[in-house]
Design a protein around this ligand. Structure first.
Ligand code: NAG
Ligand code: NAG
Length: 449
């Protein structure tokens, strides 16, 4: 690395850590997601053969699953449920367990954790499927289970012992953890991270599945309460469900979703807040993730006011909203003229680059503005953002100038707005082809693939 680059990287790292001298207050929860680890999304393993970030129901983009299937299995897959189902069909259940376990044991290495530490990353968000909080998760070894609503969707359980061991690894390096349930049985969002993609999400249509969802929330709370005190202290955040009802019919599902979520929050309140420690400071923050594809900003505010007391809003309830430029039509960038707000190639002139920086600044400033303008929600967070300027990675800007502007623009804006948490999506994407440039923090910071 040359001196200039080193300087840029260390400036970026200090911005990331919130320690830039000119900056206002730092963000209390600064971190990175561990996407693609305990919850496998197909696009991160598309191996340069596909470049769409969002899944497509007629194009299975999952290609490889190292280390045991480094060249794939001769057939592509849509999501984790489809992947495991296809491995079981082609080989057997034992081999499916081996493939997924080998992935889990090798994907986030000790070197990764050391690199995070060197970059002053203090928090990680750990996406998990519901298969970490079922009865089978209490066994000594993981096994294949089948989705209750889709017989052709299978998952390899995450044992709670394995989860505890992983939390310990981060704790040993002084890194705190946000546990985040990303998928519920039957499928709770229209996205490959729901596990059952491309099948229809059934969770919100079925009382039994929603009850099962409550038992998963209870199991998550019991898992937390069963941790030793020092491990409990390193779990500083919990998300009960990521992007609930994303891209599903709002008229049909919004109230079902918010009713269920209010019930899930009540389980958390009773078990963790009222049933746990007396010291409200040590209660993990509840990052309530909501998404604009499933409800309006105004309804999010109203939901927060009807669900939490002012004291709870002050102490532990965090409104968590993702922001991605890749789907932000007014502020996106690409190579092809006319398809987005600016052309990547404009960054070659000083004038062009500063115009791009303005667009990024505006986009980032608008991301959580509605909630800050309202002023009644003290803790607002963004648990997912990236450097992607477009939703197909071959078309997204990948030169260093725009990537730097994306990184710095968002960091500055998030800090100026006073966000409580900001988590990059995601730490690494070594099998992601052109996705890696704008979606891997590790690569962007020059810390490897
Ligand atoms: C990380 O933080 C420490 C303590 O604030 C600081 O001394 C160090 O320079 C930071 N490292 C980087 C790479 O920014
Ligand atoms: C904030 O939102 C709440 C809930 O919608 C509303 O009652 C209140 O008037 C709003 N306050 C401001 C300053 O906009």
């Amino acid at each position: 690395m040359n001196g200039m680059k080193l300087q840029v990287v260390s400036l970026l790292i200090s911005l990331l850590a919130g320690s830039a001298p000119a900056a206002a207050d730092s963000i209390p929860h600064v971190g990175v997601n561990l996407g693609g680890w305990f919850l496998i999304e197909e696009w991160m393993f598309s191996f340069g053969q596909f470049d769409r970030v969002a899944e497509m129901s007629d194009l299975p983009q999952g290609v490889v699953m190292p280390p045991l299937l480094p060249d794939g299995m001769g057939e592509n897959w849509y999501g984790e449920g489809d992947l495991v189902n296809k491995i079981v069909a082609k080989y057997d259940e034992d081999f499916a367990v081996q493939v997924i376990e080998a992935h889990r044991q090798t994907y986030i290495t000790d070197e990764d954790i050391a690199a995070m530490k060197s970059a002053n990353i203090t928090n990680v968000r750990m996406p998990l499927g519901w298969w970490a909080f079922v009865e089978e998760s209490l066994k000594d070894a993981s096994e294949v289970i089948t989705d209750p609503a889709h017989s052709d969707m299978k998952f390899v359980t995450i044992t709670q012992e394995a989860l505890r061991t992983e939390i310990q690894r981060f704790k040993d390096e002084g890194i705190n953890i946000l546990l985040d349930i990303h998928a519920m049985p039957g499928g709770s969002s229209e996205g490959s991270y729901s596990g059952i993609f491309p099948s229809t999400p059934m969770f919100w249509d079925d009382e039994d599945l929603m009850d099962l969802g409550y038992s998963i929330i209870e199991s998550l709370c019991d898992f937390y309460l069963g941790l030793d005190k020092d491990l409990q202290d390193s779990v500083t955040g919990i998300t009960l469900l990521n992007e609930p009802a994303h891209n599903m019919d709002i008229d049909m599902y919004e109230s079902v979703m918010t009713n269920w979520l209010a019930g899930a929050i009540d389980i958390y309140r009773k078990k963790i807040v009222e049933g746990g420690s007396d010291d409200v400071e040590s209660v993990p923050k509840l990052f309530v993730n909501l998404i604009e594809t499933a409800m309006s900003d105004q309804n999010m505010l109203d939901f927060f006011h009807s669900t939490f007391s002012p004291k709870e809003l002050q102490n532990w309830a965090v409104l968590d909203i993702h922001h991605y430029f890749a789907w932000d039509g007014g502020h996106n960038g690409c190579y092809e003229e006319g398809s987005c707000s600016y052309q990547c190639s404009d960054s070659t002139t000083e004038e062009g680059l500063s115009a791009i920086q303005e667009i990024i600044k505006d986009g980032a400033a608008e991301s959580h503005k509605f909630f800050f303008d309202n002023g009644t929600i003290p803790l607002v967070s963004c648990s997912e953002y990236s450097l992607a300027t477009y939703d197909t990675s071959n078309d997204a800007c990948r030169g260093q100038a725009v990537l730097n502007a994306m990184f710095q623009g968002q960091k500055d804006s998030f800090r100026e707005q006073g966000l409580f948490g900001a988590f990059f999506w995601t730490w690494k994407m070594p099998y992601g082809g052109t996705h890696e440039d704008a979606w891997s923090l590790k690569k962007f910071l020059g810390l490897g693939s």
